[in-house]
Design a protein around this ligand. Structure first.
Ligand SMILES: Nc1ncnc2c1ncn2[C@@H]1O[C@H](COP(=O)(O)OP(=O)(O)OP(=O)(O)O)[C@@H](O)[C@H]1O
Length: 648
């Protein structure tokens, strides 16, 4: 019979389990834990005492000095089941925590003997609470002893007896079974080895897979760790560097790239920079990875970079909530208030709306507002500028694509804007720039309410409100065979025309008020210049003109503070003496017919008066009445005649 003597119950149980598993078929095994029992009843029947440690043996011998049964102090090792935990631990110092210094030394020795040399054990001292920068502790079954400053504790479990201890027991009892017992002991190790091998194979397969993926990429890629050693690179990168891929791995990135233009980029603070390699232009990107505290360098051909950047830019344009409502559209001009009213009515229906107007008049603003005022206002709103993308990019943006359609295509394919905007509104800006191919696809959606992803063969139903806009004369484009007639009529079920700013004199002042900061004013002379300018860039141009004047001047804005282009164009547009004469004739503010004016201004013919009245109307100085109602001077016209300094 063997008597197993351990210090604690926990150790007793683990060691007893081990002895029973290996020797239980041949020997009777009894056990006790000294902290619970010092005088077990079977004490006199034991042929051999096996002690869990030297200190336990000393304690036992002090308790039973007259007992002279053969004793063996077991040597303990690390439980093979914890090997994978230890292998996962990164290289560096770890605190080794156990109940006494001998056990700590033994555990450290086992770690070394078993080959866990990536760990540098620091022995635990119960008198010390703080261990500097050490954050990890390893303990064989004593996690409660770990000091609180340690954030990560790895419990490798109670250490079992090693093979030598077991063989000592076998030879003491002269059991003819040494080899079968050692086989049983090795079984666990073999199982673990098998597990590790499987893991290794899996890791290898995964690495090969990632490597293949890297080589499939159109970009040249290189990754390096915190220490600056290359951890991954693909064939394209190796080719760019004129090196073999396998010679790159593990080498210091500095040595490889030092003399190249890429090296300069790595040491700079830029995240993105053009570079010329072998007479070809590329765009390089630098990303810091959080996973392994390293960096990834990506080099794209400029063509690929252009497409990616366009997509990113466009993606930013896709707003999930419309930003403007009809109330945000500043307008007093009757044509504009009528347009707003029409938009309000159009918003209530689900037919396509075609917004036409010069650049910068606020077409996008109307598109947002139409969605916001529509019954689907809670659905998604996506905006895409059809004129700013290549045909292939636009096709995949609008209709999505199926997996494997092209190199770099997302796994599982990708939904396009028609699918994403389902239940909401899709705003297609610059519709006049669509290629014939995209025009055909768009017509299909409008006719059948279905789309087909690029590279796909199934039809997907979509329910999307379509709003389009263009600053081209779409009808003329149709006449010139540049735009499909059938598509034009489908798109312009509800046509909305936004008038140019030059014909919205009343709005000009309102908009100036809106765009000027509260603490800035504008002189009446400068205002007159703005009023007589023709605003080819409309409200967008007005905004930047005012931003220019506000930045470059202080106090009241004067004509000379305005951009030169506006200033000089306005001067050349200034009124002639014929205009002035007619304005003066209307100064009394009453309406006057052409005939009345012709009688008053005898120097001009009826025809000349009609022409000048039209021009004055264009500039907002005269309001033309219908039929025989006659014309009347406006506030702007009166102010032109008797200017006074204006402030907001
Ligand atoms: N009535 C308005 N009230 C306030 N801001 C306006 C108004 N109209 C246009 N804007 C502003 O003018 C700028 C140009 O407007 P928007 O982008 O809607 O024009 P657009 O007609 O779509 O131009 P493009 O044809 O070039 O795409 C925007 O900053 C917009 O906020």
């Amino acid at each position: 019979m063997i008597a197993l003597i351990a210090g604690s119950k926990k150790t007793e149980q683990v060691l007893l389990h081990q002895l029973i598993h290996l020797l239980g078929d041949f020997l009777v095994i009894k056990s006790c834990a000294l902290d619970e029992e010092q005088n077990p009843p079977w004490i006199g029947s034991a042929d051999m005492f096996v002690f869990s440690s030297f200190s336990v043996r000393t304690e036992w011998e002090a308790l039973h000095p007259a007992l002279h049964t053969y004793g063996l102090t077991g040597t303990r090792t690390i439980d093979p089941e914890s090997f994978s935990l230890l292998l996962k631990q990164p290289e560096g110092k770890v605190l080794l925590v156990n109940d006494d210094s001998t056990s700590i030394e033994e555990t450290a020795e086992s770690l070394y003997q078993l080959g866990f040399t990536h760990l540098t054990p620091v022995p635990y001292d119960p008198a010390r609470m703080y261990y500097g920068e050490l954050s990890t502790a390893i303990t064989p079954g004593e996690p409660e002893r770990c000091p609180p400053s340690i954030s990560h504790v790895i419990d490798i479990g109670v250490r079992p007896f090693n093979m030598a201890t077991l063989l000592n027991i076998v030879s003491f009892f002269q059991l003819p079974l040494a080899s079968s017992i050692s086989e049983r002991y090795l079984q666990t190790i073999v199982q673990l080895q098998q597990h590790l091998l499987k893991q290794e194979e899996h890791t290898k397969a995964l690495n090969a897979h990632y490597h293949e993926l890297l080589n499939q990429m159109d970009d040249a890629i290189l990754a390096f760790n915190k220490a600056g050693h290359i951890t991954a690179a693909n064939e394209r990168m190796a080719a760019l560097l004129n090196m073999k891929e396998e010679t790159l791995l593990g080498r210091p990135v500095k040595n490889i790239l030092n003399e190249t233009p890429i090296g300069d980029f790595l040491t700079s603070s830029d995240r993105r920079k053009f570079v010329t390699i072998n007479n070809k232009e590329y765009l390089q990107y630098k990303t810091v990875t959080s996973s392994f505290e390293g960096s990834i360098l990506t080099i794209k051909s400029v063509e690929a970079a252009y497409e990616v950047e366009q997509a990113a830019k466009k993606a930013q344009l896709q707003v999930l909530r419309p930003q403007y409502t009809l109330d945000d559209i500043i307008a007093r001009d009757p044509q504009m208030t009528a347009a707003k009213e029409a938009a309000r009515k159009m918003a209530a229906s689900s037919h396509p709306v075609l917004i036409q107007g010069e650049t910068g008049v606020g077409k996008e603003l109307f598109a947002h507002a139409i969605h916001y005022n529509s019954p689907v206002w809670q659905g998604p709103f996506f905006a895409v500028n059809a004129g700013a993308m290549t045909e292939s990019l636009l096709m995949s943006e609008l209709f999505g694509y199926e997996e494997g359609t092209f190199t770099g295509a997302q796994k599982g394919g990708r939904r396009g804007l028609f699918e994403l905007a389902s239940g909401g509104t899709l705003f297609l800006d610059e519709i006049g720039d669509l290629s014939p191919n995209v025009q055909g696809q768009l017509l299909r959606v409008l006719q059948e309410g279905e789309i087909r992803r690029v590279g796909g063969d199934r039809n997907i139903s979509v329910e999307v409100r379509i709003v389009t806009a263009t600053n081209k004369m779409l009808k003329e484009e149709v006449q010139n065979n540049m735009f499909r007639k059938d598509l034009f009529y489908r798109l312009q079920v509800l046509p909305l025309i936004i008038p140019p700013l030059r014909s919205r004199k009343e709005d000009l002042r309102l908009l100036i008020e809106e765009f000027l900061p509260a603490d800035r004013t504008i002189s009446s002379e400068a205002l007159r210049v703005l009023e007589s300018y023709s605003w080819p860039g409309n409200i967008r141009e007005l905004k930047s003109c005012l931003a220019y004047a506000v930045t470059l001047s202080s106090g009241e804005i004067q004509p000379e503070d305005l951009p030169e282009a506006v200033h000089s164009a306005a001067m050349s547009d200034s009124l002639t003496s014929e205009h002035e004469t007619i304005l003066s004739a209307l100064a009394s503010s009453e309406r006057k017919s052409l005939k009345q004016l012709a009688e008053e201004v005898s120097t001009l013919t009826l025809q000349q008066i009609r022409l000048r009245i039209e021009e004055l109307h264009q500039r907002g100085f005269v309001e033309k009445g219908r039929g025989r109602m006659g014309s009347q001077i406006t506030r702007a016209g009166l102010e032109h005649l008797s200017p006074r300094s204006e402030s907001r």
